[in-house]
Design a protein around this ligand. Structure first.
Ligand code: RP5
Length: 166
């Protein structure tokens, strides 16, 4: 993270979500996008959640990545209190492997959208990439970096060779 104005907030319901959510942070680091990461729980710190969501736009954030597991209300509740784009990441849960988290986040009623990503690390990384893409709509340098990332990814796959075990 840099000490520039953070453009993306990464929030999560518990520090136990961080091993998954740090994939979003790593992606933003790779693209040089300043962000802030912290724990905000819909269930355990509801007042903090409201305060965070109400102030997020005036604090200069352009997008919020919100990860939570189980009955994952955080992304939807934050989206209800801000007009910033909210990117929801379902964190794998102990008993239902994140299917509960996914359904809780994705099934938002009409009117309050949450862009919902895949369960787990891939979803967190893609939420980071999506935040980069959002910012790249008004930042050509970032758009060029995103194109270079895609190109490198393509070349990596084209250079894959398969070897049989002896
Ligand atoms: C949710 O409950 C969090 O997002 C986390 O995924 C889950 C479990 O939290 P801990 O019991 O690990 O703190 O609110």
């Amino acid at each position: 993270m840099t000490n520039q104005q953070p453009l993306v907030a990464i929030i999560m319901g518990s520090d136990s979500d961080w091993p998954v959510m740090q994939a979003a942070a790593a992606m933003l680091d790779d693209f040089g996008v300043p962000y802030e990461a912290g724990v905000v729980s819909a269930h355990r710190t509801p007042d903090l959640m409201f305060e965070f969501a109400e102030q997020a736009r005036e604090r200069g954030f352009r997008a919020i990545i919100a990860g939570a597991g189980g009955a994952a209300h955080l992304p939807g509740m934050v989206a209800a209190k801000t007009t910033l784009p909210v990117l929801g990441v379902p964190v794998p849960s102990r008993h239902l492997q994140g299917q509960d988290s996914l359904l809780s986040i994705v099934q938002m009623p009409k009117g309050i959208p949450v862009a919902t990503f895949a369960i787990g690390e891939a979803g967190a990384a893609n939420a980071g990439l999506f935040a980069v893409a959002l910012l790249a709509t008004t930042d050509n340098t970032l758009a060029d970096k995103l194109a270079a990332f895609r190109q490198a990814q393509t070349e990596k796959v084209l250079n894959m060779t398969l070897r049989r075990d002896a």
